[in-house]
Design a protein. Sequence first.
Length: 396
Amino acid sequence: MRFRLAPTPAQEQALLEHCTHARYIWNLAVEQHQHWRPGRKNAPGYAEQSRQLTEARREFAWLAAGSQTVRQQALRDFAQAMAGFFAGTHRRPTWRKAGRHEGFRIVGQRGNHWDVRRLARKTGQVWIPKVGWVKFRWSRNVPDDAKSFRVNRDRAGRWHVAFAVIPPPINGPSTGEVVGIDRGVAVSAALSTGERLSVPGLRETEANRLRRLQRRLARAKLGSNRRAQIKTVIAQLKARETDRRKDWVEQASTALSRRYDVIRVEDLKIKSMVRSARGTLDAPGTNVRAKAGLNRSIHAAGWGLLVTRLEQKAPGRVEKVDPAYTSQSCHACGHCAAESRESQAVFRCRACGHTDHADVNAAKNIAAGRAVTARGALQPPGGAVNREPQPVLTPG
């Protein structure tokens, strides 16, 4: 649960100091583990790093002046990140950069290490060590079972506080309703019911302003104040676009979780789909700029975030279907032909003449839970192919 912080200028400086110390400790831990090589002594774990931090606080006054809770938690977060890396679920922790990774986490018993109180209908306060009571916008109630929170500053200069709370899942209508979702670029999410949902991006005037700012940024001198100001304005526009996409995903995922018992989506390998086409020096890629534009459109459509939020809000009710040939097969008769999809939006079956919106037709195939083989035969979820029995040929 995330809320918008409203710190005073003095509190903002204290928060930035916490971010600096947490990033410094994190980067030191990364450096220690990067020095490790096969045959050397194991890199220090959390217990050893914690003892080293205590010795460093005795030696350096600027490190001792900050919050010990922030620094200890940075080491715990790094230890957890390394555990995820060794388990194969996350990437190896990397360096954190000033201006991009501004944040820290507070863990402890509410009422002792931190606390929250409500001042007015839309205003609350959170107690942060070494900072004091910081106001935030009270948009919803903070659960009493929250045991930690994270404070971060985005690249647009906005401060947020996020309480670590797992919300309860959304119950379905218990009617057995099934919906299929086809994700695309022109239409962000097409439903098997015929609805077509699109992410609200930047308006035309905002997009034009963004292009002008990017041209100015290219001409600005590196390290100048003018360049920093332009980057801040660009970050604010980008943050506006991101907020709209996240808001759309939250509303769409909540509505789908409440309306349907089973939600079927394509099992897309998004990470591979948005891979760059640049190639290498020896084998350079082709149509690199066009592929880069397609990658940006896929990210802007929120494909991965939509499915992630659906799985979190409707656990056990989201099914992934093989996406092979779902956009080329007719939902009415099952005939599969690439020529049936005449354009991005028009689907006209070459066998039966069935006409539908191309994305909606694909969503209906997804809702049926069936893939299509390369030979054009429908394949149900069990894997059996719906083919007519063929006669057995015998010699003579």
